[in-house]
Design a protein around this ligand. Structure first.
Ligand code: SF4
Length: 361
């Protein structure tokens, strides 16, 4: 008797994508499903101002309006402005001579300003006033012959801009560990400044380690980490210990959004993820989850958070409780180059930026 190999192939049944009800049933959730929504979250005054600056430039001067770097670090914002006629470039030498270019909210070094002047570019400076404040500090302390230890991430646009104000007097401290090894010229003429969007706790740890080695290290005249960064971190710190899952809406290159994920995990969230859009949320994240914390970085339009809340509701997390840890009412005037144009055009409707939570759809 001979036998031939028998193929026992099973019929292929296309796998049905699980519905929200399936996930909910399989989740084994202990406790009532709910969302704790952080407030403040989303747009800060500096981001709102910068986005309005590009919108107003498009409206009053017409496209194309060039923007050096991403106006703010958010994919949705950048793509939406591109659709309206903004062209994002990496450097001013990509901008045709005589054209209009907007400098992003993260600020630019004096070398960039000079390069734009040399090319005869018309400029609108949308640098956040709180970044400009740090630039001024750098200039002032360099003039006083201080050495500046700039705590921040190497390669981040804001750090490049601040460093460029006083390159001969500045060293970048990229992490707490670097504080243990950095060498300084004169430990008695030393000040630290920082990027505006860092983790408050990590920065204080870096300062602590620096001061251990350099007791005469001076503090900045006022906090460099901005109100928006601190407030968003404070809100997620309150939510994180209760959260099985934290979803942070924000882009991968958004420093303050990435920090929110880290802070959530440090303060007890069992899991934390960053997404640009609701469709990046993985349904497996909901398994076994009763409480979801939701927040968003300072460059994120509220509409993207609402998309995540709608998705969460589809999975049974319809109860949303806002956890308010601060009220924000900061407004910044639009860049001066625009104000005159708006006045001439009788456009008084949006003379100010920074109203926060402004939807951008
Ligand atoms: S995060 Fe802070 S420094 Fe950055 S744009 Fe917003 S307010 Fe300005």
């Amino acid at each position: 008797m001979t036998s031939s190999p028998v193929s026992l192939s099973m019929p292929t049944v296309p796998r049905r994508r699980r519905t929200p009800e399936d996930v909910a049933a399989a989740a084994g959730v202990v406790g009532e499903k709910r969302v704790l929504l952080a407030a403040p979250r989303g747009y800060c005054a500096g981001v709102d101002r910068a986005v309005i600056a590009v919108e107003k430039a498009l409206e009053h001067y017409g496209p194309p309006v060039y923007v050096r770097k991403q106006i703010v670090h958010n994919r949705h914002v950048v793509e939406t402005l591109e659709e309206r006629g903004a062209i994002f470039v990496d450097e001013t030498d990509e901008v045709p001579e005589g054209s209009l270019v907007v400098f992003s909210a993260h600020g630019v070094s004096p070398a960039v300003v000079r390069s734009a002047e040399e090319r005869g570019l018309r400029t609108i400076d949308a640098t956040c006033p709180l970044v400009t404040k740090v630039h001024r500090e750098a200039v002032r302390f360099a003039k006083g012959d201080y050495e500046i230890l700039l705590i921040g991430h190497v390669g981040h646009e804001e750090v490049e801009g601040t460093f460029g104000e006083a390159p001969d007097h500045t060293q970048i401290v990229n992490s707490p560990e670097e504080a243990d090894t950095i060498e300084v010229r004169d430990p008695d003429r030393l000040i630290w400044l920082s990027q505006t969007t860092l983790s408050v706790d990590e920065t204080m740890e870096t300062v602590r380690r620096l001061r251990e080695r350099f007791p005469n290290l001076q503090d900045p005249p006022s906090d460099d980490i901005c109100y928006a960064t601190s407030n968003r971190q404070a809100a997620i710190k309150k939510i994180a210990p209760q959260a099985d899952l934290v979803i942070v809406v924000g882009s991968a290159n958004s420093s303050n959004s990435v920090r929110l994920v880290e802070v959530a995990l440090e303060y007890g969230a069992k899991e934390a993820h960053r997404v640009d859009f609701a469709n990046e949320v993985d349904e497996s994240w909901f398994e076994g989850v009763a409480t979801i914390g939701v927040t968003s970085g300072a460059s994120v339009p509220e509409v993207l958070v609402q998309d995540v809340l709608r998705l969460a509701a589809d999975y049974g997390y319809a109860a949303v409780e806002e956890v308010v840890t601060a009220e924000e009412d900061i407004l910044f005037s639009l860049p001066k180059e625009l104000r005159a144009t708006l006045k001439e055009a009788g456009d008084g409707s949006r003379g100010l930026g920074g109203r926060g939570q402004r939807p951008m759809s």
